[in-house]
Design a protein. Structure first.
Length: 372
């Protein structure tokens, strides 16, 4: 039986919470992407998450927590009380820095990797001494966390390596035959996963995954000098700091090629040689950074000239105006649409403007989606 999509009424949230407390897994909305939730301290539920997603156990999960209460003196104290983070392993400058980041950005699209308490199951952290924590902003995720009364592990609700879901229908398409409930919270407002930061004992901060929150926002708003190092600079380090950051991820089933240059800026010769990389009759789906009506007419002409009358061209613009928030919000749905289009065999994607924030995260996802 396919999963039941539940509208986010109080009764349905209670139903989903009861299923979680009984050890089941439930798909829930967040402001970034939909997650597949299970209670952090329930190892059987965590085993189900890995099984349903076909996710290798070397890829650790993010623990989702509710906002801190008025009685809790700090975010770190609340993470300690929930049995997740051991802040005694952090220096006091590190603790201060973490608190500043969380006060500024939680609830929101940033995940912190911090020293874990012994109680956190190894399955949640892949045996690492650290745990990833995030407080989602989405009201339905918060209502579910409140109703369960325990933190929830929730990786994106897709099969491992595939395109992340940003609607309940996407979750149904990915996991509908494997789970009972999908809690519906409409289309995700951000559309791309959280930014993942690792905070070391001495307070140094590493960027493990670009995402919904721009790295420069973190340095700007906290006003503290944060040393943001990208994952690529530590790729050779052992053990690798974030085992889940594989080169290939977010992938459609069809081959995807990321273009070096926007199509509108390509010379005629460059366009022709691009088409010549495909067999006659090829059917191309183009993900445009913004809408270019004239460009598409021009492209079709070249397409038929090089690939013959059987060739096809479909296109989707991430944003009419090139707005990066809109591009991030639409990215995974657009990739999914081209992947599901029966008249498309191969996908070409333009990169968006790299603003160091959402644009950077969109290009990161496209690169990983293109990795064979
Ligand atoms: O926006 C999000 O973060 C979404 C929503 C559902 O909250 N969740 C999500 O989870 O993207 P997932 O499992 O698809 O990605 C978790 C990332 C992985 O890249 C994993 O390697 C990293 O976080 N991670 C988790 N625990 C870690 C740890 N202890 N050390 C380093 N990286 C960790
Ligand atoms: Mg994921």
């Amino acid at each position: 039986m396919p999963a039941q999509i539940l509208s986010a009424t109080t009764n349905n949230i209670a139903l989903a919470a009861a299923a979680l407390r009984a050890g089941d897994v439930v798909a829930m909305p967040t402001e970034t992407v939909y997650g597949l939730a299970g209670v952090v301290f329930d190892e059987a539920a965590l085993t189900k998450i890995f099984g349903v997603k076909e996710r290798p156990t070397f890829d650790p999960l993010i623990c989702h927590v509710p906002p801190k209460t008025a009685e809790q003196t700090s975010w770190l104290a609340s993470l300690g009380e929930q049995g997740l983070v051991d802040d005694t392993q952090l220096s006091s400058p590190a603790r201060e820095r973490v608190e500043k980041i969380l006060t500024a950005f939680w609830p929101g699209p940033v995940t912190l990797v911090l020293p874990k308490q012994a109680r956190v199951p190894d399955l949640a952290t892949s045996g690492l001494p650290t745990v990833a924590v995030r407080c989602p902003r989405h009201p339905v995720a918060q209502a579910l966390l409140a109703a369960v009364g325990q933190p929830l592990c929730a990786p994106s609700a897709n099969r491992f390596g595939r395109i992340s879901p940003t609607t309940a229908a996407h979750v149904q398409a990915e996991l509908g035959d494997r789970i009972t409930f999908i809690l519906d919270g409409d289309a995700c407002a951000i559309g791309i996963e959280s930014t993942v930061l690792l905070v070391e004992r001495d307070g140094r901060v590493w960027l493990l995954r670009p995402g919904g929150l721009a790295a420069h926002e973190i340095t700007r708003v906290t006003g503290v000098p944060i040393e943001l190092r990208s994952f690529s600079s530590v790729e050779t380090a052992t053990p690798i700091p974030s085992p889940g950051l594989l080169a290939s991820h977010y992938a459609p089933r069809k081959p995807l090629r990321v273009l070096d240059q926007p199509l509108a800026q390509m010379s005629e010769a460059a366009l022709l040689s691009l088409f010549e990389t495909l067999p006659p009759g090829a059917r191309i789906g183009v993900l445009l950074a913004q809408s270019e009506t004239e460009l598409c007419a021009n492209l079709s002409l070249h397409l038929y000239a090089v690939l013959g009358p059987e060739a096809e061209l479909a296109s989707i613009a991430l944003s009419a105006s090139g707005d990066l928030a809109e591009s991030a919000r639409r990215l995974f749905a657009a990739l999914r649409e081209l992947d599901d289009d029966p008249y498309v065999d191969t996908i070409w994607a333009e990169q968006v403007t790299d603003d160091g924030g959402l644009g950077h995260a969109v290009n990161d996802r496209l690169r990983r989606a293109s990795h064979p």
